[in-house]
Design a binder for this molecule. Structure first.
Ligand SMILES: [Zn+2]
Length: 256
């Protein structure tokens, strides 16, 4: 009987040793959606980075968050566009979902219709109505901007806050410049009660502050208190609660 117990203990011990020596990659990869033909490639990058999500995204999207001096095409995942200084939209890209903005406060310009992505407007309308209940008065200063319009802004003298054509999220129709009517798109918006309200509530309606303070080195853009981007409630909540940028979100979550 004693012998049997010793043998059992020995088997258990060997088993646990076996588990410890297993390559963690093989265990981790099981939990994530991946292409079995690319296992070797995933493992190579995992061994360098120790980050399984990064490894999967990097193999599936070879240009994933690679800082380069030249531009890559923007990509779409989880139904959201990834656009920044490295990932740009084509000159010819015009979203099919654009509609005229209505039912919210916005700046009316002569001979110019403000256009916005349909789903973004629906989410923003909810945000706008909630802000009114809190005595907050928000105005949309800019929504969709075409490649050509962005180009004309970029070519003006003072273009500190203007993204190069193709690298602006405004071309997707899902980015909004929001401020109060008196402050406009200036650095002073940051300190207003409207800005504070947006910082604390926008995520509940699917919006994120896209270029936050202190993360300029990650987003590649200076802090813009007025620039909000629609990404949907689920992703916005994660980004808000974990204090991420969209770049960091893609680094930490699998892109399908
Ligand atoms: Zn903007």
């Amino acid at each position: 009987m004693k012998k049997l117990i010793y043998i059992l203990l020995l088997v258990l011990l060997l088993n646990s040793c076996n588990k410890i020596t297993l390559n963690p990659f093989n265990e981790l990869i099981k939990d994530y959606p991946h292409n079995p033909d690319k296992l070797y490639e995933y493992e190579n990058i995992y061994n360098e980075s120790s980050n399984i999500i990064y490894a999967i995204n990097k193999v599936n999207y070879p240009l994933f968050l690679t800082p380069k001096s030249y531009k890559f095409l923007a990509f779409r995942s989880n139904n959201i566009f990834f656009v920044n200084t490295n990932f740009s939209l084509n000159k010819t890209f015009i979203p099919q979902s654009l509609i005229e903005i209505n039912n919210v406060d916005y700046i009316k310009r002569t001979n110019q219709t403000m256009l916005i992505d349909k789903e973004t407007l629906s989410a923003y309308t909810k945000l706008f109505n909630a802000s009114l209940l809190d005595n907050i008065q928000l105005t949309v200063f800019s929504a969709y901007r075409s490649y050509e319009y962005q180009e004309s802004l970029y070519n003006k003298e003072d273009n500190t806050f203007v993204a190069a054509p193709g690298t602006s999220e405004h071309q997707t129709g899902t980015a909004l410049d929001i401020s109060n009517i008196n402050t406009g798109l200036t650095i002073h918006f940051d300190k207003t009660k409207e800005s504070l309200w947006l910082q604390n509530n926008a995520y509940k309606y699917g919006f994120i502050q896209r270029y936050p303070k202190g993360k300029e080195h990650i987003t590649g853009y200076p802090y813009e208190s007025w620039h909000y981007r629609y990404v949907g409630v689920k992703i916005a909540k994660i980004i808000f609660e974990q204090n991420l940028t969209l770049e960091e979100y893609f680094y930490q979550y699998i892109i399908i």
